[in-house]
Design a protein around this ligand. Sequence first.
Ligand SMILES: Cc1cc2nc3c(=O)[nH]c(=O)nc-3n(C[C@H](O)[C@H](O)[C@H](O)COP(=O)(O)OP(=O)(O)OC[C@H]3O[C@@H](n4cnc5c(N)ncnc54)[C@H](O)[C@@H]3O)c2cc1C
Length: 369
Amino acid sequence: MTSQVDVAVIGGGPIGMSIAWRCAQRGLRTALHDPAPGSGASSVAAGMLSPVAEAYFGEVELTRLLVDSAERWPAFAAELTAVTGHEIGYRTDGTLVVALTGDDLREAQRLWTYQQGLDLPISVLRPTRLRDREPALSPRVRGGAFMPDDHQVDPRRLVAALRTALDRAGVSMVPHQVTDLSTVDARQVVVAAGRGSAALTGLPVRPVKGQILRLRAGGAGAVGFRHVIRGYADSRHVYLVPRADGEVVVGATIEERGDTTVTAGAVLELLRAAADLVPETVEYELVQAQASARPGTPDNAPLLGWHQPAGGQPVLVATGHHRHGIVLAPATADLIADLAAGATADPVLAPFSPQRFAVPVGRPAGEDR
Ligand SMILES: Cc1cc2nc3c(=O)[nH]c(=O)nc-3n(C[C@H](O)[C@H](O)[C@H](O)COP(=O)(O)OP(=O)(O)OC[C@H]3O[C@@H](n4cnc5c(N)ncnc54)[C@H](O)[C@@H]3O)c2cc1C
């Protein structure tokens, strides 16, 4: 008997929901399986859309994808808001990257020079110009750079809007944890289950813990700064993301472990670094401290495309988005929905093929000779 479902998406985080939305818009009968949609890494994420500030050495192809996806964000946000009526906290004030000490500035300048070499939009600013832009910055800040194309969105609002968009598009929600792909009744399966993708596909998706804080400055308009501020503060890396409703997100640790314990040491370090860069944060209310695990891969780039699990049918995979799952949602959704609709793979996907980690048949995992 042929299935009534064209595409089953496993995982209802921002990646799976965006894919399901785009699949339904292409006329595919779509179901989304998740016992707790929105409960993964996105429930904790800051929501920075940072193709430029996160253009790191040795990641040129990933940077290209980040830039591509960030360029899709204005239309994606506008369409989502128009379809659902949800305001998703998409802000385009830009990002300031700042350095506290001389050593911090030298470290930052190396990266800015690399990023300028890629023709990414950055203006390096002297301290006085920085504080003209953002008076809340500490007078101790030694220098910085403005990245006008690095924006932000509120991931929790994004996920709520996507749920409404899925309802409106007729996607059926299946509140069920998938443990075996062969039990899923659909003509095609897309695995977009974040960290849960490893168990379903055998692909190397590892948890990378991040601890994050939510502060509150009072009511709307009470936050004394409007840019996302990312900083180097005495060799500690921190970011502050101001929301229009008075919330400020401060993050985040990057730890090679998978638990979700919030530690006193991490809270201390994040608050100290935040206050070093923006002193007024010490007056804010500390509302929430949380941890979750990003879905990482061995090369920190996502897994996008066809994959053949051992002994199973080929499936589409969209996972391993690590620190970039919010910014990469629009491009991932378009590219994977095109594949689900029968298109040939866009060349932009080639560097991200899950096949780069496939274990050759007949050779056990871990044997690399
Ligand atoms: C502290 C922190 C800060 C971050 N900040 C940013 C940021 O500023 N910008 C950015 O772009 N990214 C950021 N990220 C990364 C971002 O949150 C992730 O890349 C993104 O959430 C990945 O989306 P996803 O949909 O693949 O996975 P997730 O959001 O983890 O969602 C996975 C979903 O799959 C479901 N699931 C799992 N297993 C199964 C199964 N077997 N069956 C059915 N459903 C299943 C889960 O219930 C969950 O709903 C941050 C992450 C952390 C932890």
